[in-house]
Design a protein around this ligand. Structure first.
Ligand SMILES: Nc1ncnc2c1ncn2[C@@H]1O[C@H](COP(=O)(O)OP(=O)(O)OP(=O)(O)O)[C@@H](O)[C@H]1O
Ligand SMILES: [Mg+2]
Length: 313
């Protein structure tokens, strides 16, 4: 079974406006509430590919209930600890999308979790997770009282031989890579965090930075480069992947979708090139869509043949 974890879910309120300007009253044309939090997005993107999965998480109040219901509407197995016993509310993020497709985000920091809530979560996860399962850690864990929460989860379930996919940033990325996850998906900023210097955006520099991470023993390192595609280290070498040219509407969440496609291909026994092809096609389809989660599956399947992959080392 495949599981995602979202420690800091959100309601993403999308505000569509013609043009956003500072220091004036901006008129909103249309408002749309969607689900936020990277783990939930990976769960939804997997489900859109037809892949059953469980979403673990912690949420609060009315917004928390909405998050749970939105996940259930997709047919995802929802395993969220939901607390209603205080005034705490799962956060709302505001996404301002202009006609030009420029997007500005104002994000709340989210509910500060309590130690007891983390213990409840670990207990619940312990009842659901089976040996050999896939576990996806997405998003930073800065609202956790324990900054090493991902490491703690891995230590707790050490005996279950889980396959870990890690897509986070900052401190949680630096900490969790020490546990040798199966795969990480840094963008260039996140790769720079790991390498300890600003990695220049060219293939040779990126490959050098990836190689500098060899001591961590991570089998797959997929460095995503937005519209420039990705450079991916796998057990059988390095690949340069070029996405198809698409009519871009909103690239937020492309990384989550790339990860979902990668997990889907891996779980279904695809070879490396086919894994990269599906991951790149679904994330390009996400760039074409103007909402922050989801994509058109038939369009994604059509885009598969337009992905180019070179084995480079
Ligand atoms: N403009 C684009 N056109 C086609 N494909 C894209 C575009 N932007 C992103 N992608 C695809 O999505 C993948 C992941 O995107 P990106 O590198 O922006 O991830 P990210 O920075 O982690 O994003 P996020 O954290 O917001 O999800 C890229 O490797 C690429 O395959
Ligand atoms: Mg990302």
């Amino acid at each position: 079974m495949i599981h995602t974890l979202t420690l800091n879910p959100a309601i993403d309120r999308i505000l569509y406006l013609n043009h956003f300007e500072k220091n004036v009253t901006n008129r909103i044309r249309e408002t749309l509430d969607t689900i936020g939090g990277k783990g939930t997005h990976v769960s939804i993107n997997l489900k859109l590919l037809g892949q059953d999965n469980t979403a673990f998480g912690i949420c609060h109040g009315q917004n928390g209930l909405r998050v749970i219901n939105m996940l259930k509407e997709y047919g995802i197995h929802v395993q969220f600890q939901h607390y209603t016993d205080s005034s705490r509310e799962t956060r709302t993020n505001y996404l301002l999308i202009e006609d030009t497709t420029d997007c500005t985000i104002a994000a709340e920091s989210g509910v500060r979790l309590e130690e007891a809530e983390l213990s409840d979560l670990l207990e619940m996860m312990g009842q659901v997770i089976c040996p050999g399962d896939y576990l996806i850690f997405s998003g930073d864990a800065s609202n956790s009282p324990d900054p090493s929460i991902y490491n703690r989860i891995l230590h707790t379930f050490k005996d279950r031989d889980l396959r870990i996919f890690l897509d986070t940033s900052g401190k949680s990325l630096k900490e969790c890579i020490q546990e040798a996850p199966y795969m990480i998906k840094p963008n260039l900023d996140e790769l720079s965090t790991l390498a300890g210097y600003a990695v220049p955006n060219n293939d040779d520099s990126i490959i050098k930075a990836i190689r500098s991470l060899d001591p961590y023993g991570v089998e797959v390192i997929a460095v995503s480069l937005g519209g420039d595609g990705s450079i991916v280290k796998t057990a059988d070498g390095f690949y340069r992947v070029h996405p198809p040219k698409v009519d871009v509407h909103n690239t937020i969440g492309c990384g989550d979708c790339f990860l979902a496609g990668f997990v889907y291909g891996t779980a279904n026994g695809y070879g490396t090139e086919d894994i990269l092809r599906i991951a790149t096609a679904v994330s390009a389809a996400t760039a074409e869509s103007n909402i922050s989660v989801g994509y058109n599956l038939s369009r994604a399947l059509e885009l598969k043949s337009m992905v180019t992959i070179e084995k480079i080392k």
